[in-house]
Design a protein around this ligand. Structure first.
Ligand SMILES: O=P(O)(O)OC[C@H]1O[C@H](O[C@H]2O[C@H](CO)[C@@H](O)[C@H](O)[C@H]2O)[C@H](O)[C@@H](O)[C@@H]1O
Length: 404
């Protein structure tokens, strides 16, 4: 297979604003320009390959997007309101944001009313949702309490983790075999054998899980595997002189982290990724939290993965099912959109600062996520105890702490 071929695959589309036609805007990349940002040799050793013109990543918006990824709270408030805010103003801006995206904890009753006579299906993102954001992606562990909250939720509600990470890695981090897992932003889905979605998807293969159980794997970007490996190797090589840069191979996508890179050098990281992508017109870039993500240019994302799983698991009837997706990142917005469309379910954004979103509700941080999951379980147990006839709208407002 010609890895760099532009020949279209049936699944290829160009859904991203950050695609390679944008990248092509400045195709005549010049050798490294001295007018780029200055950096000390203590944080950046001489790279093997010189980056193209650093203006590329400025003019195509990459740098702005990088700066606005997980910025300080004050900057987010300024961007959200368009004015410089004092901390009191910030509090007001946050409160008005909360009116638009009410707390899922405070709106629990409303969510439960909607869930009456419907099966809740839970979708959970990993980083920033189940585990707090930390500097080292290899140390993004979830707490034991969170693990037990997820385990309990999965006892009563079908539960899937949809992560940008490699599927095996996220399974290792979560450590619960009773869940469904989708890695690589939904491009690597494992689901039970026998449950194939109607419509007979291609790219669905039989496999076995870690316990030797038969499962189905859906990998719509499987043809990109060699290309992704090649790009991973190139990106590791090209960024190895940049202190703090880290490249992860997630099988069907590659992450380039700049969280621990000196901000003056971000443009160099961006330019290296930009230069690399010029050789791969069938790959595109998306932005996460202080991470650049290189992925196949296919019409597939976390939203499509949610739809696929609902269908595969037999939960596509909108009248019987209430899907809830909790996530914190831009890539989760695709899933929020799918649930918002046709009022199908609820997206819940995890954020402690105002952010525009397609979610319906918000939760402030991972501890509120845990609280929400625990409330779902308590509600389920209470439901089993209260006879149908005595259930009123306020049934779930009672103190549920006696249920263990
Ligand atoms: O879809 P997710 O499960 O949320 O994965 C998205 C990315 O998460 C990881 O990076 C993020 O979390 C790290 C640990 O807290 C943090 O250091 C990093 O800055 C964040 O971007 C993961 O390492 C990425 O590969 C995922 O794409």
């Amino acid at each position: 297979m010609d890895l760099k071929s532009t020949k279209a695959s049936p699944v290829l589309t160009d859904p991203s604003p950050m695609n390679n036609s944008r990248l092509g805007l400045h195709s005549s990349l010049l050798p490294y320009s001295q007018s780029g940002p200055s950096f000390s040799t203590s944080i950046l050793s001489i790279p093997r390959r010189k980056p193209g013109k650093l203006d590329d990543v400025r003019s195509n918006g990459w740098l702005d997007a990088m700066k606005s990824s997980s910025p300080p709270h004050k900057k987010i408030l300024k961007d959200f309101t368009n004015v410089e805010l004092s901390s009191d103003d910030g509090e007001i801006a946050y409160r008005s944001w909360m009116i638009k995206y009410p707390s899922a904890l405070n709106s629990f009753q409303q969510i439960m009313d909607r869930a009456r006579n419907r099966k809740i299906v839970m979708f959970l993102d990993y980083d920033g949702t189940l585990s707090p954001i930390v500097d080292d992606p290899d140390r993004a562990f979830m707490s034991a309490d969170m693990r037990s909250a997820v385990k309990n939720v999965a006892k009563y509600f079908p539960t899937a983790i949809i992560s940008g990470r490699n599927r095996d890695k996220v399974l290792e981090l979560v450590g619960l075999t009773e869940l469904y897992y989708a890695g690589s932003h939904g491009m690597d889905i494992m689901f039970p054998a026998g449950e194939t979605p109607s419509g007979g998807h291609l790219n669905c293969i039989k496999s076995t899980d870690a316990q030797g159980k038969e499962v189905n794997l859906f990998q719509p970007a499987s043809e990109f595997l060699p290309m992704i490996n090649e790009v991973f190797i190139n990106l590791v090589e090209i960024t190895k002189g940049i202190r703090g840069a880290k490249v992860e191979n997630h099988k069907f996508c590659v992450s380039v982290h700049y969280r621990n890179v000196d901000e003056n050098v971000w443009s160099v990281v961006a330019q290296y990724v930009h230069d690399t992508l010029k050789d791969y017109p069938r790959l595109r870039l998306t932005h996460g939290r202080k991470v650049l993500e290189v992925r196949p240019m296919i019409d597939w994302d976390k939203g499509k993965a949610v739809e696929f799983l609902l269908k595969s698991l037999g939960f596509s009837n909108i009248n019987d099912v209430l899907p809830i997706y909790i996530g914190d990142d831009r890539t989760d917005e695709d899933a929020f959109k799918v649930l918002r469309k046709g009022n199908r379910g609820y997206g819940i954004l995890v954020s402690s600062v105002p952010k525009e979103s397609n979610a319906f509700f918000s939760l402030g941080d991972t501890s509120e996520v845990k609280e929400f999951l625990e409330s779902l379980v308590r509600m389920k147990l209470l439901d089993a105890k209260i006879p149908e006839r005595s259930r009123g709208p306020s049934a779930y407002n009672t103190d549920l702490s006696y249920i263990n």
